[in-house]
Design a binder for this molecule. Structure first.
Ligand SMILES: Cc1cc2nc3c(=O)[nH]c(=O)nc-3n(C[C@H](O)[C@H](O)[C@H](O)COP(=O)(O)O)c2cc1C
Length: 231
């Protein structure tokens, strides 16, 4: 969301991030399709490994509804970005929709390489003494362990609808949570709020995944992806 911009990122943050032996995927956001395209043209020239489009941003030119709320909105922005981006392209979905599977299908139909989910769920907190919302914006994004069951359900539904890889997230704080997402159909996982609870969450999650693999004699973690057996 708000940040110093792509030029600043390229000059000041990227060299530091490149000093680590890991892939760099840039989360990109815009308030119009033109802005997404302009941003991704620049990202295409940088030494990064891929781009993840954040479609939870409001489309200012079309009534401020988030790009990710409709099949058409998702397909259009993904198609336009695909034309200018040669790097791997993931599209990140908002969970604030009725039918997540059809939205994921739009991502696949538009030629993206993978789909990420979920972004935050829209929430609200009211101060009962002041009788006013606590957040300045009245509503805000809910993340962390509270949203995990919704995220796991959506990852499962999307895995049944598309053939592109899924990057799953939403409330993961340990290895067991990560395994749940993988059983539901996620090829990879991501951790947001968990880093605020404990900066070592990612490291501990990797160790937890390894423990599960040892417990069940799993040689390759890919073998468990999507293997949940429904009741
Ligand atoms: C403080 C904060 C900032 C976030 N900023 C972004 C963002 O810039 N772009 C984005 O796509 N998602 C953003 N998210 C959403 C997270 O990446 C993630 O999709 C969501 O919080 C669910 O995962 P989690 O429970 O592991 O945090 C943010 C979440 C938090 C808590």
């Amino acid at each position: 969301m708000q940040n110093p911009g792509v030029e600043y990122f390229a000059q000041n943050d990227l060299p530091f991030l490149r000093s680590f032996d890991t892939a760099i995927i840039v989360n990109a956001c815009g308030s119009s399709i033109d802005e997404y395209v302009e941003l991704c043209k620049i990202l295409n020239t940088l030494d990064i490994d891929g781009v993840e489009l954040n479609l939870s941003c409001p489309n200012v030119k079309e009534g401020c509804m988030a790009f990710g709320n409709t099949y058409e909105g998702v397909k259009k922005v993904t198609e336009e970005v695909r034309k200018v981006l040669d790097k791997p392209l993931f599209v990140k979905l908002t969970p604030n929709v009725t039918d997540i599977a059809s939205i994921a299908k739009a991502v696949e139909d538009a030629g993206a390489d993978g789909v990420s989910l979920i972004n935050t769920l829209l929430g609200m907190k009211i101060d009962i003494d002041k009788k006013r919302p606590v957040l300045a914006n009245n509503t805000g994004g809910l993340s962390g362990p509270a949203i995990k069951p919704v995220a796991v359900r959506m990852v499962y539904q999307v895995s049944q609808a598309v053939n592109i890889p899924i990057l799953g997230m939403g409330g993961i704080v340990n290895g067991d949570d990560a395994i749940e997402f993988m059983l539901a159909g996620a090829q990879a996982i991501s951790i947001g709020a968990g880093n605020f609870i404990d900066p070592y969450t990612s490291v501990k999650t990797v160790i937890g995944i390894e423990d599960y693999m040892k417990k069940y004699n799993i040689d390759d973690i890919n073998n468990i992806v999507g293997t949940v057996q429904m009741n």
